[in-house]
Design a protein around this ligand. Structure first.
Ligand SMILES: *Cc1c(COP(=O)(O)O)cnc(C)c1O
Length: 378
């Protein structure tokens, strides 16, 4: 037998309450019972998104909700500004290209966060920019972006601010309304403790002005249809009923813990993980803007990063993530997001120590676990 630990930046482990909810019998969606479920889901989502506006649910992964943002905001030939600081920033550029939207790109070195002044300068230089695409946590590098500062800049321009918060929402702070985020995108399988399959998208009144004018082709992802249905506590098409029932359970757990406590728990897990990496002599990939949901560390010289991740997973059942694209084999990513707590982190770090030792890496055995425990003791 083997016990498995999932410490990846999506999917994340499922609480027993969520799994049990998914075992319930299916119900029909055009019924008062499901309307009650939808009502609770909508209220809970507003709490997590920290908005009084609407949050729409789509039966898609997070990327589907990103696509919904692009097809609903623009007409062909429109211009967008994309902050590209990793693999997920690049996805915004690719989506724009796919729909004939001109993407003006601010390229940020992987491992660094964008300087908001650059966004201000770009908006000033090109008044045709209709939207600014950002990423709350760039999961490929572990960097968190200062959305609050960017919100202050974009708010006073005609452009809307769109935030990919797929990894991070419900785990680190993102105030949709207070930080002037016009569209916030998320997905179910990260901070929200659900299986993959639900995409979320909020839209401000400023975003809705663009949505009304948008001419890009769309059918399933048409947010005007979603809004009309939501007004009657309904959905335009068959919703992912089972996932939405599970979402209500997850949202209940989030409400019970309280966002502030959840953010504090994630910060502590991140601090402990970072302290452990330091104790091992593993350099953080993003030392200056490290996110509290995923820690990326450089693989030490002489160690095969892909083999390290594979051995942890296949021999010991502890799944962490390796590097993506240009970081393949060069970093390991240790997620501490969602239904994860102190002793999951300790187990993960302990496994990392074991495999590093087996691979011949020289360090003081137990030093990383000790460093993490010291953070948790504080
Ligand atoms: C996981 C992730 C995505 C992709 O989401 P899917 O659900 O796989 O489509 C996009 N952006 C960020 C920042 C992510 O972490």
């Amino acid at each position: 037998m083997r016990k498995n630990y999932l410490l990846t930046p999506g999917p994340t482990p499922l609480p027993p309450e969520v799994r049990a909810a998914m075992a319930r019998p299916i119900i029909h969606h055009r019924t008062p019972q499901f309307q009650e479920v939808l009502k609770q889901a909508n209220e809970g989502l507003k709490y997590v998104f920290q908005t009084t506006g609407d949050v729409f649910m789509l039966a898609s992964s997070g990327t589907g909700a990103m696509e919904a943002a692009v097809v609903n905001l623009f007409s062909a030939g429109d211009t967008a500004l994309v902050i590209q600081a990793g693999k997920f920033g690049e996805r915004w550029t690719e989506l724009c290209k796919a729909y004939g939207v001109v993407a003006e790109v601010i390229d940020v070195e992987w491992g660094k966060a964008v300087d908001p002044a650059k966004i201000q300068a770009a908006l000033k230089a090109n008044p045709k920019i209709k939207a600014v695409f950002t990423t709350l946590c760039e999961t490929s590098t572990g960097v968190v972006c200062d959305i609050e500062a960017i919100g202050k800049i974009v708010k006073d321009t005609p452009a809307v601010l769109v935030v990919d918060a797929i990894s991070g929402l419900g785990a680190i702070d993102l105030k949709t309304d207070a930080w002037a985020c016009d569209m916030v995108i998320s997905g179910s399988q990260k901070g929200l403790m659900l299986p993959p399959g639900l995409g979320f998208i909020s839209a401000s009144p400023k975003a809705f002005k663009l949505i009304e004018a948008s001419k890009l082709p769309k059918y399933y992802y048409d947010l005007k249809k979603a809004k009309k249905a939501l007004e009657k506590t309904d959905t335009p098409f068959t919703p992912a009923i089972t996932l939405i029932i599970a979402l209500v359970e997850a949202l209940k757990m989030i409400k019970q813990d309280g966002l502030e406590n959840i953010f504090a728990r994630h910060k502590k897990m991140a601090d402990a993980t970072r302290a452990a990496m330091k104790a091992l002599g593993l350099e953080l990939f993003a030392p200056t803007a490290a996110s509290d949901v995923v820690t990326a560390s450089k693989v030490p010289a002489g160690i095969d990063g892909e083999k390290l991740v594979k051995t942890m997973r296949d021999t010991y059942g502890v799944t962490i993530a390796g590097g993506q694209a240009e970081l393949k084999g060069k970093v390991i990513r240790f997620a501490h997001m969602g239904y994860i707590e102190e002793f999951d982190i300790i187990a993960g770090i302990s496994c990392l120590e074991k495999v590093l030792a087996q691979m011949g890496y020289k360090f003081q055995m137990g030093s990383a676990v000790k460093a993490a425990e010291e953070v948790f003791l504080k």
